[in-house]
Write a protein that binds this ligand. Structure first.
Ligand SMILES: Nc1ncnc2c1ncn2[C@@H]1O[C@H](COP(=O)(O)OP(=O)(O)OP(=O)(O)O)[C@@H](O)[C@H]1O
Ligand SMILES: [Mg+2]
Length: 248
């Protein structure tokens, strides 16, 4: 399980003159759950979009296995699953039809399609809801369906941008139990969240503030008996906010 599967090297994104991701350096190994945290607007979604090959970095580079996000975006998209911060479901299709749509997009082998659909619906507890129109699913089931769509082609890595935002604590726990089950089977997860209980369940964490990574490491190294993760992030945010105020 020591294989490095995601690596960034001074990854930077500027929109016009504004640097929103600033020289990011991280390494994520196979089977890790990497929690990427930070205040609103700190650069999390922008980082994910670069890693998925959806937007180009301004400078620096990143690799998924040995595929570079600058040159190999198309190959990378076959290897990864991506659940965006906004739903990318088709409202007028049923849950199952959404899954079929994504399976065709990702060219899932027709011979195994029916068994694959059943397996994914079983895994994400969507079987009973499969014939409901996506627009009529509750928030939690929409999240499950988005996750199922991102998993349909058996990616080795999955990027989840706030996958549990706005859903109830029990559903969040169930979805996280599933993340952990899949990570134990070798899936690598890159997850953004604002929930500290979810951060606690990650194996590695990064905390980004104003585009800069200000805390990074194994969860066991970042949290201590004196200061839990929430205390650490609150303290770092205050320190950085004070620094910014003094530099104006
Ligand atoms: N296409 C774009 N053009 C210009 N600015 C952008 C663009 N996309 C994002 N930004 C800006 O980049 C910064 C980082 O945005 P990003 O969406 O990565 O933040 P985030 O950490 O995901 O925030 P949130 O927690 O609210 O989802 C923000 O200031 C945002 O306004
Ligand atoms: Mg975001």
């Amino acid at each position: 399980m020591n294989e490095i599967i995601i690596k960034t090297e001074n990854l930077t994104k500027k929109f016009k003159e504004v640097t929103v991701v600033n020289n990011l350096n991280i390494e994520i190994k196979k089977g890790e759950i990497f929690g990427f945290l930070g205040p609103n607007g700190s650069g999390k979604s922008t980082t994910i979009k670069m890693l998925c090959g959806l937007i180009a970095p301004t400078s620096g580079n990143a690799w998924i296995h040995d595929l570079s996000i600058i040159n190999d975006g198309e190959e990378i998209r076959k290897e990864i699953g991506y659940m965006s911060q906004r739903f990318s479901l088709y409202d007028d299709l049923t849950a199952k039809q959404n899954l079929i749509f994504y399976s065709k997009l990702y060219k899932v082998n027709e011979d195994i399609l029916e068994s694959k659909l059943n397996q994914i619906m079983d895994l994400t507890q969507l079987t009973k809801e499969q014939n409901k129109q996506a627009s009529k699913l509750s928030g939690g089931y929409k999240q499950r369906l988005s996750f199922a769509c991102a998993l349909i082609h058996d990616p080795k890595i999955i990027f989840l941008d706030e996958p549990t935002a706005g859903i109830d604590p029990v559903a969040r726990k169930e979805i996280w139990d599933l993340f952990i089950e899949l990570a134990n089977k070798g899936l690598t997860l890159f997850v953004t969240t604002h929930y500290m209980d979810e951060a606690e369940r990650c194996t590695k964490l990064g905390y980004i503030f104003d585009g800069k990574l200000i805390a990074y490491g194994l969860k066991s190294d970042l949290a201590s008996s004196k200061e839990n993760l929430e205390g650490l992030f609150v303290r770092l945010t205050k320190e950085q906010t004070n620094l910014l105020a003094h530099n104006v």
